[in-house]
Write a protein that binds this ligand. Structure first.
Ligand SMILES: [Fe+2]
Length: 241
């Protein structure tokens, strides 16, 4: 079985459409989102609609958390707070209800899906957790593979039973070991910070244990122009170009 994993779309409709279209040609039986489907970007409503149309199962990101609970907005810097307020004002009641239904983690056939860090944190970054603590956490889980978003970067954390290795995750195919435990940082669809402006997503084949990192080009200029004309902070547009 092959599944697709997407993360951190951040209201970027052009990137979302390009990735969903690409996934449409990949013979996958399910799509999982690691959260932050909205926030920063100009098209939160249409992104949520697209995910629903494609039956994407999503976990809760910190940006969705801020929509659900007023008190979480204070965790964001002033620029991000502006984006949260814009996002809330541009979502329908139906989409807000959908977002409120996102769980903090999902488990599917021996794989775990979270936004920030296992077991189920939407706001902790993997790099904030010490090696010892992460190893203890991974060995308590029933699942050997955990997919996480939040950093907008591509990383693979391997627990080989002796050491914990934290390495960049390259584009293309990586064959995993069934003996090891992993946390895989899936990069970002709509606001990548891995040095490559293209939208990233993953495909995992549960039979061959092959993880594929895909990069998809899209019309970044259109998204950047929409961010500026929506009055969202320029930095979110600059980062795309
Ligand atoms: Fe994010």
């Amino acid at each position: 079985m092959r599944i697709a994993i997407i993360a951190d779309i951040h209201g970027n409709l052009e990137a979302c459409d390009a990735v969903l279209d690409h996934i449409g040609h990949q013979d996958v039986s399910g799509i999982f989102s690691l959260g932050d489907n909205v926030g920063y970007g100009p098209d939160p409503e249409r992104v949520i609609e697209r995910l629903k149309t494609r039956s994407v199962r999503s976990v809760l990101g910190n940006h969705e958390m801020a929509l659900n609970r007023e008190s979480f907005i204070s965790w964001f810097n002033p620029m991000a707070q502006k984006a949260v307020l814009y996002t809330r004002a541009h979502l329908s009641e139906t989409s807000l209800k959908e977002i409120r239904s996102y769980p903090k983690s999902l488990v599917f056939r021996g794989m775990r899906f979270v936004h920030g860090a296992p077991p189920a944190s939407p706001f902790l970054y993997l790099f904030q957790i010490s090696d010892d603590k992460l190893v203890r956490c991974l060995r308590r889980l029933n699942e050997r593979i955990c997919f996480a978003g939040h950093t907008h970067d591509l990383h693979i954390v391997t627990d080989d039973g002796r050491d914990l290795l934290r390495e960049p995750l390259p584009l293309g195919d990586t064959v995993l070991s069934r003996e090891f435990r992993y946390v895989i940082n899936a990069g970002s669809v709509g606001q990548p910070r891995d040095g490559d402006k293209r939208a990233k997503y993953l495909i995992f084949d549960t039979e061959t244990y092959t993880l594929s990192v895909r990069a998809v080009d899209y019309d970044r200029r259109t998204t950047a122009a929409k961010i500026r004309s929506a009055g969202l902070p320029d930095q979110y547009a600059d980062r795309l170009l």
